[in-house]
Design a protein around this ligand. Structure first.
Ligand code: GLC
Length: 425
C-alpha cells in the first residue's frame, strides 16, 4: 500500500512562494454540506480553526443534491458575490468554477500540496492553476450483508451477473421467511450526478469507456454501454425497488441500514453509519469492490470527492486560505477518517493504525483506488455539467423503461457532438 502511494506521489513540486499575512478577527463564511454526519464534522473542524486563530466562521448549508449546489454556486460567483469565502466543491467542478477561485499554488507551500494524492491534485488543477485543496476522496464501494451471504451460502459477487443472481435468490428466500420488504440491490438512480456515477461504473466495468475519453473523443454510443444499461434496466422492480429511480445516497443507505437490502452501492461515508452503534445491521456488513462486467470485465469504481476552494471575491483571502489549509491538513483528515469514515487524500494516513482500526476496509481500498474511473470532467471542462446532465437524464429514461438503450445512446452521442461543437471541447 505505502509503495503504491509513494509511486502515485512521485514528481509534483513547484517553486515555493510566501504566505499572505493573516490577521485575527475576520469572519470567514464557509459553505460545507455533506452526506451523513459530514456537515457536523466540517463545522467541528472549522470551529477549532476559529478558536486557534481568533477568527470567526459563519456556515452556509448549500442544497443537498450536487446539481442544485452547483447552480447556486454558479449564480453567486457569476454575480461576483463575496458572500461565501470558502466553497466545498465536487471533484468534477474545477473546470466549471475554477476561474472564480484563487490559485492556491501562489499561497500554499509546495510540501503541503505534495502530501496529497496526485489524482486529486490533478482534478483540482485547471490550466496549471490549483483552484482547490483536496479534502476527501470518494470511491464507489459495494456494501454486502455478509450474514445473509453466509446464511444462503453465497460468495460476495465478482460480477454484476452474479450480483443479480445472488440478490434475486436471497431476496426471494428472505421474503418467504417473513421480511416482505427485502430487496436485493439499492443504489443511486435519481436523475442527478449520482446516477452518472453509478452508470459510469456499470459501463466502465464492461470496458465500455467513460462517455467521453480523456482525449475528448465521444465514446458513449457503443455496444458494451448499451449492454450495461440494458442489464441495469432489468433490475428495476426485480432486485431493486421502483423507488430507486428517486434515490440519492442517503435513501439507499436508509433502506440498507434498516436491514432491507442485501447489497448497496455507496461511498465510504456510509460505513461508520451502517456499522455504527445504533445501526440494526451493525456487525453484519462487509465492504468489497464493485463487481466486474462479465467475464472479461473489470472492477470499476468512480473516483468522487470534495475539495475546498477560496473565492476570488473574498474580502478575507488570507484567512480563507488558512481555513482551507487547516481543514485539509493531515490532523483534520485523520479526525474525519476516524469519526466519519472520510477517505483521506493524504496517502500516509492509510497506514495510520487508528484510521485503520476505525475503517478496516481502508487497508484493502488500494484494490478499489487502483482501478478508479474518472468522470470526463477534465476532457469536457466548462461543459462537464451539460454532458453529465444529458447522460443521467437519458440513462434515467432507459431505466424507467421509456426508451431502449441503443437508440438512446445513439441520440446522446449526437447531443454531445453538438454540445462539444463537433468534438472541440
Ligand atoms: C459524492 C462525491 C461526488 C459525487 C457525488 C454524487 O458527493 O464526492 O464526487 O459527484 O457524491 O452524488
Amino acid at each position: 500500500m505505502a509503495r503504491l502511494w509513494a509511486f502515485l506521489l512521485a514528481g509534483l513540486l513547484t517553486a515555493p512562494t510566501a504566505l499572505p499575512a493573516m490577521a485575527a478577527g475576520a469572519t470567514v463564511t464557509l459553505a460545507c454540506s455533506g452526506l451523513g454526519i459530514a456537515s457536523d464534522l466540517c463545522r467541528d473542524g472549522a470551529r477549532s480553526w476559529a478558536e486557534r486563530t481568533g477568527n470567526e466562521v459563519r456556515f452556509v448549508s448549500p442544497p443537498k443534491g450536487a446539481g442544485e449546489q452547483l447552480a447556486l454556486y454558479q449564480q453567486l460567483l457569476a454575480a461576483g458575490s463575496a458572500d461565501i469565502d470558502v466553497f466545498q466543491i465536487d471533484v468534477v467542478w474545477p473546470g466549471i468554477l475554477g476561474a472564480y477561485f484563487v490559485d492556491l499554488r501562489e499561497t500554499v507551500d509546495p510540501e503541503t500540496i505534495a502530501q496529497h494524492l496526485p489524482a486529486m491534485i490533478d482534478a483540482a488543477t485547471v490550466k496549471g492553476r490549483l483552484v482547490a485543496l483536496p479534502w476527501f476522496a470518494d470511491v464507489g464501494l459495494l456494501y454486502v450483508r455478509k450474514d445473509l451471504l453466509d446464511k444462503h451460502q453465497r460468495p460476495a459477487p465478482e460480477s454484476w451477473e452474479e450480483l443479480q443472481e445472488t440478490a434475486a435468490l436471497i431476496q426471494k428466500a428472505e421474503r418467504a421467511a417473513g421480511n416482505e420488504r427485502m430487496w436485493g440491490y439499492v443504489w443511486q438512480g435519481r436523475a442527478y450526478e449520482g446516477l452518472t456515477v453509478n452508470a459510469l461504473e456499470w459501463i466502465a466495468s464492461r470496458n465500455g469507456g467513460t462517455i467521453v475519453d480523456p482525449d475528448g473523443t465521444i465514446t458513449i454510443d457503443n455496444p458494451r454501454a448499451v449492454e450495461a444499461l440494458t442489464i441495469a434496466r432489468g433490475w428495476i422492480n426485480s432486485i431493486s425497488p421502483l423507488g430507486v429511480l428517486n434515490y440519492m445516497e442517503e435513501e439507499a443507505r436508509g433502506v440498507f441500514q434498516s436491514g432491507n437490502a442485501v447489497f448497496m452501492r455507496n461511498w465510504p461515508y456510509a460505513w461508520t453509519l451502517v456499522d455504527g452503534p445504533d445501526s440494526p445491521v451493525r456487525g453484519k456488513v462487509a465492504v468489497v469492490p464493485l463487481p466486474k462486467g462479465g467475464p472479461d470485465g473489470r472492477h470499476a469504481a468512480t473516483l468522487g470527492g470534495q475539495l475546498l476552494a477560496v473565492s476570488k471575491f473574498s474580502a478575507h483571502v488570507p484567512e480563507a486560505v488558512d481555513l482551507a489549509r487547516h481543514l485539509t491538513s493531515p490532523e483534520e483528515q485523520k479526525r474525519r477518517a476516524i469519526q466519519g469514515g472520510a477517505n483521506p487524500t493524504i496517502p500516509a494516513l492509510y497506514d495510520d493504525p487508528q484510521v485503520l482500526a476505525a475503517n478496516p476496509f481502508f487497508a484493502d481500498l488500494a484494490k478499489s483506488i487502483g482501478s478508479t474511473v474518472n468522470r470526463p470532467a477534465q476532457a469536457t471542462g466548462m461543459r462537464y455539467n451539460q454532458v453529465s446532465s444529458e447522460f443521467y437524464s437519458d440513462t434515467h429514461e432507459v431505466l424507467s423503461g421509456m426508451q431502449p438503450a441503443g437508440e438512446t445512446l445513439a441520440r446522446l452521442k449526437e447531443a454531445l457532438v453538438r454540445i462539444s461543437r463537433g468534438g472541440r471541447w
